[in-house]
Every structure is written in C-alpha cells, then in structure tokens.
Design a protein around this ligand. Sequence first.
Ligand SMILES: *[C@@H]1O[C@H](CO)[C@@H](O)[C@H](O)[C@H]1NC(C)=O
Ligand SMILES: *[C@@H]1O[C@H](CO)[C@@H](O)[C@H](O)[C@H]1NC(C)=O
Ligand SMILES: *[C@@H]1O[C@H](CO)[C@@H](O)[C@H](O)[C@H]1NC(C)=O
Ligand SMILES: *[C@@H]1O[C@H](CO)[C@@H](O)[C@H](O)[C@H]1NC(C)=O
Length: 197
Amino acid sequence: MASVTFLPTQALLHAALLIIAISFLIASPPAATAARGAAKPPRPPATTLQFYMHDRPGDTAVRVAPATPLNFSGDPSGGVAAMFGSVYVMDNPLTAAPGANSTLLGRAQGIYAMASREDEFGLLMVLTYSFVRGPFNGSSFSVVGRNPIQQPVREMPIVGGTGAFRLARGYCMARTQAADGMDAVVAYNATIFHLHH
Ligand SMILES: *[C@@H]1O[C@H](CO)[C@@H](O)[C@H](O)[C@H]1NC(C)=O
Ligand SMILES: *[C@@H]1O[C@H](CO)[C@@H](O)[C@H](O)[C@H]1NC(C)=O
Ligand SMILES: *[C@@H]1O[C@H](CO)[C@@H](O)[C@H](O)[C@H]1NC(C)=O
Ligand SMILES: *[C@@H]1O[C@H](CO)[C@@H](O)[C@H](O)[C@H]1NC(C)=O
C-alpha cells in the first residue's frame, strides 16, 4: 500500500483532497497453485482519484439540439419528457475541492444527451476527463454510460484512456454535492486500472 500526493507543491490547502491512493493488490495464489509453483501474476494496480466537476448549463454546457425551445407546459413527468432528446456539449472544470475557485485539476469535455423519456432523468454521458496537473498531467480517461442524475450516487464505466491511463478500465461514482437551479457541483471518485502507474 502506497500513496502519493497529486499536487505536492501547488495545492497544500487541498492536499487532503488530492490524495491518490495507489493500491498494489497482490493476489495470493491459492494453495494448490502455489504447491505446483505456478504463482499467478499480480493484479494490475488501481488508481483512485477524487475531484469535483462544475456543471453550469448555459455557461460550461450548451444545448445544441433540438433547435426549438423546450416546452414544459402540460408535461406530467416534471420535465423529463419535455427535455427528452436534448443534447448538450460541455466543457466542465474539474477541481480539487468543491469550491469553484479551488485548484483546477482538469476538464471534463464531451456530450451528454437526455436519453430517458419517462420516470426520471437518464443522461447518456460520452465524456473525456483530462488532467493538467500532477502525475496525470496530459493523461485522460473516457466515460460512456448512463447517469440517472436524480439518484444520490451514480456509477459510470471508464472504458479507456490515454497517457498514464492507457488501456484504462474502471468506474466512477458520482454524487451531486451542491445544486443551484440547473448548476451543480458533482463529487467524483474514480477507480482506474491502467497500464502505467
Ligand atoms: C406547449 O405544449 C402545450 C401542451 O401540449 C401546447 O398547448 C402549447 O401550444 C405548446 N406551446 C408551444 C410554444 O409549442
Ligand atoms: C471565484 O473567482 C471569481 C473571479 O476571481 C470571483 O468573481 C468569484 O466570486 C469567485 N467565487 C468564489 C465562490 O469565491
Ligand atoms: C502539464 O504539462 C504541460 C505540458 O507538458 C506543462 O506545460 C505544464 O507545465 C504541466 N503543468 C503542471 C502543473 O505541471
Ligand atoms: C468518495 O470516497 C470518499 C472517501 O472514501 C467518500 O467519503 C465519499 O462518499 C465518496 N464519494 C462518492 C461519490 O462515492
């Protein structure tokens, strides 16, 4: 078990939130395998990242479709049906702490679409999370998955990456930390298995 600080010098105030725990999970070979002398290779290391995403529709996220205005009148689903089909392009800052002005770690860029027609908002997320500081400066991972934003915690798959995150596989847990109208601060925990570490 080892841990390194994402931003050892630039963000002392936020150091506690910047801890990247890199766990070396060494699989213990079963007794029978060990007896045959064929130890299994160790499992790949997991990197865990914690950060906060700032989503501000109309500012960091823009609706690109449909071109016609949304019509919420008479929508019994509380907007779910009215917004179905809406597509947004976003470029959201990722920070070390919940405050909008805390240390910038990177950006989440891509597309989300209102893909649920009833019951609850269900967004299809197609995003790249790229980082500008610390050991993952210049690296990115990609998320494709469903985001039911009204649920307290949402899980989304990490399907690939670049740089240090090459061949990434993993998952994100996302929780809305604060909301103000359409604006939201979303806390992320990402667990990533990748080639380099
Ligand atoms: C919005 O929807 C309501 C109910 O379907 C309809 O009566 C109204 O004409 C629509 N308004 C616009 C601007 O399309
Ligand atoms: C963040 O910084 C901007 C620009 O300096 C400032 O206008 C804003 O009030 C700050 N926000 C917070 C929450 O401190
Ligand atoms: C991140 O990497 C870029 C390109 O190599 C470099 O210019 C920049 O200084 C780095 N940022 C930090 C905070 O290390
Ligand atoms: C992320 O992990 C921290 C520390 O384990 C935990 O307190 C927090 O609730 C987690 N957040 C999410 C969104 O899973």
